[in-house]
Design a protein around this ligand. Sequence first.
Ligand code: BG6
Length: 791
Amino acid sequence: MFVTVFLLLVALCSQMGNGDGGEGAQRPGHVSVIIVGGTGDLAKKYLWQGFFELYVNRVSGGNTFSFYGGGLSPAEKATPVLFEILKAVSCSKDVSPERCALLKEQFLRLSQYRQLKTQEDYQDLAKHIKKQLQEEGMTEAGRLFYLSVPAFTYADIAEKINSSCRSANGAWLKVVLEKPFGHDFRSAQVLASQLGSSLKDEEMYRIDHYLGKQVVSNILPFRIKNRKFLDPIWNKHHIERVEIVLKETLDVKGRIPFYDQYGVIRDVMQNHMTEVMMMLTIKPPMNVSSREEVLQNKLQIFSSLLPLGKNQAVIGQYRAYKTEVQQELNKTKDHVSLTPTFAAVLAHIDEARYEGVPILLISGKMLDERVGYARVLFKSDIFCLQNHNSVHCKPKQIVFYFGHGSLKDPAILVSKNLFKPAVTENEWKEVTEHPDVSVLGLPISDYYVQTPIEQREAYAELISHIFAGRKNNFISTENLLASWALWTPLLSSLASSFPRIYPGGADNGGLLDILLKGKDISYNSRAVIISPDQMGGSSTNGFQVMQGKFRSADMVSAWAEELVERLAADMQEAAEAAVREEGVFHLALSGGSTPLALFHRLSQHHFSFPWRRTHVWMVDERCVPLTELESNFRSLHDHLLQHVRIPYYNIHPMPVQLNQRLCVEEDGGALMYERELGKSVNDTSFHFVMLGVGYDGHTASLFPGGKANELNESLVVLTESPVKPHQRMSLTFGAINRARRVALLVMGKGKHELITQLSRVKDNPDKWPITAVKPVKGRLVWYIDYDALIG
Ligand code: BG6
């Protein structure tokens, strides 16, 4: 029967194209296609259709096929399910209904379900294939396994294929893998090495379906074809910004067991969007089909990407997600998931060509529209006084439009004020008749538009590449690990961050709008919507800043950004009051990294701060030259003083370096500072002292067990730190507790443990120096961010 079917199909398909030459075509023979997970969602939606198209297009190349849908269920149960799926495959428009019906019938006849659970199941499959080949007198061309199953089963299945189901006599083996390929660098490495023990690198095809999208796979050819226009402008002097956007309207209901462990960054950014970023930024290869050259150029960009830290990302979660998680994972009502369903990430490439060019990656579920694109926006140095509609006044941009959205079809659009692009003949065409739509701020008639002559589904496209053995649109191990190396540190730093909750759809309004500040990214609107249960039940309504008590003193708490904003505002208020009443404001500031955010806030937002009347003093200093990076003064200078208009004689660094040596008692530096303070500061009482707390409970440079902690008559002392640099100069508790206002700033989840302990311990300055901060007449306020407060 098989031979009959084969002959019939050869006749049927004789007019159909054979496509490119490749491994499959080089050695015609019998091909066994096995979709493991053959009744799953992906198989149902895309894979069977893709294999049907492969079958239709390839039979005329002399190949015969068998298709197996594999799964864990027994055949009696799964066979009808598989056939329902198979019946839904469709032919392209140019195939007549009669021929289509016939093709489908043949395809169904060549397909069967097999339980693939145990080693024996794989052995049986191998025996079955062998027997069939013998019976039909066919030569085997190869076996193609498509693993459409959870990634944790890959290593095991690969091992079973390797030991029981390899083809013999030089026939090929191809094993196709779907993401996720690990959830971080380490797990991806482990998975790669596990797979490597069963499969050769050339046998593995790691799919990223974005590389099968026609627009994505045409980015490089487009860049090469239009080199003469692009070369002069594809650089930092001309590119304003690159945006890679994937907006979706759907939620993740039904996929929560997978999604909740991955989130948007792992789901689409580490793979699809990173690949698009590569296509846009790599050096165009001499030979676009050279896998090795493209890989090397990608690795070059990966190594130049600046590390992604917490300040390069914002995350969000749609409001209903929490309930979906509780339902699908059988969790109680107080279960909170921190998995982001929305993220915006700002990347920069540290290469002369792209220095300073922001690359923005944005994706989310439950947004207002479904659209995917990459936009390269160019700078404009033209100021249009009047005719804003004239062509040179309009934005200059190239948009690689993956699909959906207002345009629906995939397309490449180039603003008419840039250049008229060349099109890839035979595959792309220029479109001149347009619907009345706008794409990213421009009516479509303002663009040169090109679109694929024939639209093809990404999976079908990649399946044909797999069959032909064309590997350049698949993810190699090196590529994969380079991508995880980029994303893993960010994922770790965000692991316990609270995502901003958004309602979903059009109601999101401006809540997820993004603000780019140099290399940092933040939400544009400051209001943070926190549901009470996200706060562990400690609040009564959605709020920004919470007031309370901590160790019997006042406490202000908020998300880091709002907290810093509040502290800066309180400081300015105190400064204005002091200047009003006494004509001067004496401010003592700590070192360390916690206050940097405050310094930035003060320098960038508080333009009316009375700096000319402010004297800045140091709470403590490290015994290093003031020019060293470790110096508190150097940090204060770099992050605050150099950005504000403060007279230099109002600045009071601690004299740690005297007589060309550092912190020597006899040089009397501490005493000098105390005297300077006595001369300038009324009653040696600072208006405002800003302190932090170390993990060991130290504050200023007053460490646990330090002798100085009791010497309250002195105002300034030399102290010893347990960590380098050991020698310090510090204000004493005597000086601190004379202040009119003391602010204690504590931020970051790393301080949560400390805050928990401090909430319980009694005053014990020897063990917990911070507990000795008790302004005699002044007011102490703790500023603790939510990360530190609730962990
Ligand atoms: C998949 C993700 O890889 O890509 C999905 O797992 C996402 O969450 C999808 O919806 C987006 O692909 P496309 O082709 O619809 O843009």
